[in-house]
Design a protein around this ligand. Structure first.
Ligand code: GCU
Length: 406
């Protein structure tokens, strides 16, 4: 989960900048018919084209809100986190009735605020009980990730991912935070779709399981959390920030691209199939990701395994779909598998879309030194250390959100 998988040796992968070679990115601002996009209005059309290209070639279709979605408040704790927070646990039902399928959302709100607050929304890897030791968190009802690599369930340990979830820090700084277990949507292994929403909701949503992938299903779930948040008076619906680490960072970017209710988007170490350029031969490749994780993307993406240069998109175009909304891309120095430079260059090459709106992007053309955040509406840093999301990252994200979402 957190580093590249031991089963697949990395010897054949390139970690040598000198061997990256030449590549040409598809033009962001040239429409399918060859016209150059020069203003916001023309971008609107180009944006729709790009979104469609990603749907057809990479992530698959993105269904909308189900007709019968409804919410059940399971538990409210007015005295959570030693009185600093109010917690709400909400079950989101995707169809009529209360048999399921559903996802369980854990929301923390700062207790001492008079007005609606901004909220960070992201999925978690190990169940809601993993994000904090708070004993009032309901245990995830789905089996924690059943991995094809370990063939066993992870024990449900409270707070075992708390290093990654700065709940208290967010609350103390006036932010709410909402999360749900990604396995509520689809368990993360090649056959996971059979017990997930791609199967159970196919009639309801009018989409076949192979018309989207696991990343699409997770991204869709992020939008459903937003459906709930929009109904919660304590949340500011104009300040819903989507974030995700690694494979869930890929999902966050895809959610942000499809759903403009997300006012800002944060990609933490999302790498291949996320922020990193596909055409740069460094770290994980399209071929590796499609082989190791055949369930993440649609079948069409695999047709580019050995000729990524023919892919009609590259990931800078995904980032550009977030424009003009604030976008943060973060890497880590030891996370070469995710290709930090490819993530930086992707953010850099998304800038022209922001310029159309008069927004400033990264500005710098060179990667910043470690632990230095650069840019305005697009921001970037490379944290010292491993593939992870840590306090340093969260501190940057809070400043970024406060300065960009006034
Ligand atoms: C693997 C995978 C990456 C992914 C990461 C994660 O390393 O190759 O694409 O981002 O797992 O989700 O932690």
């Amino acid at each position: 989960l957190h580093v590249s998988l031991p089963l697949f040796g990395q010897e054949t992968f390139n970690y040598d900048e000198g061997k990256v070679g030449e590549y040409t990115l598809p033009s962001l601002l040239t429409s399918n018919s060859g016209d150059i996009v020069t203003n916001e209005k023309e971008w609107k059309q180009r944006r729709a084209e790009i979104l469609q290209l990603f749907q057809e070639n990479v992530y698959g279709k993105c269904p909308g809100k189900p007709k019968h979605i409804h919410f059940e408040i399971k538990k409210i704790n007015k005295n959570a986190l030693a009185g600093k927070a109010i917690s709400k646990q909400v079950r989101i039902f995707f169809t009529k009735g209360n048999k399921g399928p559903y996802m369980d959302v854990l929301l923390y709100l700062p207790s001492h605020t008079s007005k609606p607050v901004p909220v960070f929304v992201g999925l978690n890897f190990k169940g809601n009980q993993s994000v904090n030791t708070d004993s009032t968190i309901l245990l995830s009802e789905k089996q924690p990730e059943l991995s094809k690599y370990t063939k066993k369930n992870d024990p449900m340990i409270r707070g075992n991912q708390s290093e990654r979830w700065e709940v208290e820090t967010l609350i103390e700084n006036g932010f709410a935070t909402a999360t749900a277990y990604y396995g509520d949507l689809e368990l993360d292994y090649p056959e996971g779709w059979q017990s997930g929403i791609r199967t159970s909701l196919q009639t309801e949503l009018g989409i076949k399981p192979d018309e989207w992938g696991a990343i699409g299903a997770w991204a869709w779930g992020l939008s459903r959390i937003t459906d709930y948040l929009e109904t919660d008076k304590q949340v500011n619906p104009k300040k819903i920030i989507v974030h995700g680490h690694s494979r869930l960072g890929k999902a966050a970017l895809w959610a942000g691209a499809n759903d403009t209710r997300f006012a800002a988007v944060i990609s933490n170490n999302s790498g291949e199939g996320g922020a990193a350029l596909a055409r740069r031969w460094f770290g994980e490749t399209t071929n590796r990701i499609n082989t190791n994780f055949p369930h993440w993307f649609i079948g069409q993406y695999k047709t580019f395994n050995n000729n990524v240069q023919n892919l009609p998109v590259d990931q800078h175009m995904l980032l550009a779909l977030i424009a003009p909304r604030p976008l943060y891309v973060a890497s880590a120095t030891e996370d070469l598998w995710a290709d930090p430079k490819g993530e930086f260059l992707s953010a850099k090459n998304a800038e022209p879309a922001y310029t159309l709106f008069g927004k400033k992007g990264l500005e710098n053309t060179e990667m910043p030194p470690p632990d230095t955040s650069i840019g305005k509406t697009i921001r970037y840093h490379i944290r010292t250390g491993k593939h992870n999301i840590l306090l340093f990252d969260w501190l940057q994200y809070m400043v970024f959100v406060s300065s960009n979402l006034k």
